[in-house]
Design a protein around this ligand. Structure first.
Ligand SMILES: [Zn+2]
Length: 474
């Protein structure tokens, strides 16, 4: 008897998934499946190109050309950034926008293989899955355009091709150029090792370069004539490392030594570091940044050298929108989990083995919407700056096995094969379905906007950047 009830319940459940999908959402899924092979081809091309921040000319062109071929109006080189573009369709309200990133990370080239094996030694790789990010989002925008052509929905869809997320944070300049000023709601996603309507913020950060200038001399014959820039560098990093004990546990300080002198027998007259300060709250991050800046002066005094500080970029933490997250969550529940073949599960387990993680395979279950954490961990994104200018709905979708180290060869490997492809297509559907809700239900748009206004309060957004976008800089 119990078995029969279970069977009936299961049958009803499967039957109701199809019924719950309204015709517009069914059309979105059909459109994305129609374009699936092309989307995978585009994602794989961008994966193989693996172009880094502001060098993404081919990746950007591939996406912009595909948008144009599918009838969207493309504007290239927006915000004075050659690789940034927008692709729009439709007219009037609501204006729903969607973000697409496509830059890679240096030094983590990898084949689509579950063991560490560079495609090209020393080259870049898509260790954050941005090859899938831009492609999935464009797929959703095209599906919405096709629904508009059928006269089913009205309004404007706007895809933004946003370069240089891994370094420089191009969206900050794109926000300054007013690219989201007419937008009602923005949608974004990120490749992940789980599926979730993402209602967590990230860390605000600031990036700056510190340079020390001294005087060269022979390191042994007349070192008293030298003033060492690398002494200043060492004193500076020592100061930073002592300071770590006295910052809040939520804050982070990182540095990357870019130049510490060239040879052992010359007192170096030049040293350079890239420094980054983060915290989940910009208001806490800023005073820490001021203190870390001041330490450069202290180090310069001790080593008797000059110093210079140049701001590179800075980004806000993400403003969460739970009302938007609830809309996305319902669509994830409609779509259900991703299913994997035995080969894909074995690939995932091999990645876990190679990276020293429990061999538990893929996780694509749909969990209930999480509580929003007060002090989230994790990384930072320039989606944050967009989210302080327009309500933002965020999504995470499985493209790699559980616990995969991010920004690593393992993510590159999965992004170039069917595990990544499945996640990308899934993300495209979930975002397209969420856009259908926004285009057809003005009350939902109002609710999302109301929450945005409440969370933003009287905070006035002020970009943390200095000058034009640093195109062609290191
Ligand atoms: Zn990323």
């Amino acid at each position: 008897m119990k078995k029969i009830i279970l069977f009936v319940a299961l049958f009803t459940c499967i039957g109701s998934i199809g019924q719950k999908l309204n015709p517009n959402k069914k059309a979105i899924i059909a459109s994305i499946e129609k374009h699936e092979a092309e989307l995978i081809k585009i994602s794989d091309s961008i994966w193989a190109l693996a172009e880094t921040a502001f060098n993404e000319s081919e990746s950007s062109r591939i996406l912009a050309d595909y948008a144009e071929k599918n009838g969207l109006k493309v504007t290239r080189g927006v915000a004075d950034i050659p690789t940034a573009f927008t692709a729009t369709y439709g007219s009037g309200k609501p204006v729903i926008s969607i973000l697409g990133e496509f830059d890679a990370l240096p030094g983590i080239s990898q084949k689509a293989s579950p063991v560490k094996e560079p495609l090209q030694p020393g080259a870049a790789g898509h260790g954050c899955g941005h090859n899938m990010f831009g492609t999935a989002s464009l797929g959703s925008a095209i599906a919405i355009k096709e629904l508009m052509d059928q006269g089913k929905i009205k309004g404007t869809v706007k895809f933004s091709g946003t370069p240089a997320e891994e370094k420089f944070f191009a969206k900050v300049w794109m926000v300054e150029a007013g690219l989201w000023s007419d937008v009602d709601v923005n949608i974004s996603w990120h490749p992940s090792s789980g599926i979730e309507a993402d209602v967590q913020s990230g860390l605000s950060l600031i990036d700056f370069i510190v340079e020390f200038y001294g005087q060269t001399a022979h390191a042994s014959a007349d070192p008293w004539n030298g003033r060492s820039a690398s002494d200043a560098l060492e004193l500076y990093t020592t100061g930073i490392n002592y300071y770590r004990e006295h910052i809040l546990p939520t804050s982070r300080i990182h540095y990357h030594i870019q130049d510490g002198g060239q040879v052992v027998n010359v007192v170096p007259d030049y040293a350079k570091l890239w420094v980054r300060v983060r915290d989940p709250k910009r208001k806490i991050m800023l005073p820490t940044y001021e203190r870390v800046k001041k330490m450069a002066e202290g180090a310069a005094i001790m080593a008797n050298v000059d110093y210079k500080i140049s701001l590179v970029s800075g980004i806000y933490e993400t403003l969460v929108n739970r009302s938007g997250g609830e809309i996305m969550q319902k669509n994830l529940e409609l779509l259900g989990p991703i299913t994997y073949t035995e080969e894909e599960t074995a690939f995932g387990k091999a990645i876990q083995k190679a990276t020293g993680k429990p061999e538990i395979g893929m996780d694509s279950k749909i969990y209930p919407l999480k509580e929003t954490e007060k002090n989230p961990g994790g990384g930072s994104t320039d989606v944050g700056d967009v989210s302080w200018n327009v309500p933002n709905i965020n999504l995470g979708v499985t493209v790699a096995p559980k616990d995969t180290p991010w920004h690593s060869w393992a993510v590159v490997a999965c992004g170039g094969m069917s595990i990544g492809h499945k996640g990308m297509v899934y993300a495209s559907k979930a975002m397209g379905m969420t856009m259908v809700d926004l285009f057809t239900n003005p009350k939902l748009v109002e609710k999302v906007k109301e929450e945005y206004k409440t969370r933003k309060g009287d905070e006035v957004y002020e970009a943390m950047i200095d000058g034009p976008p640093p195109i062609g800089k290191d």
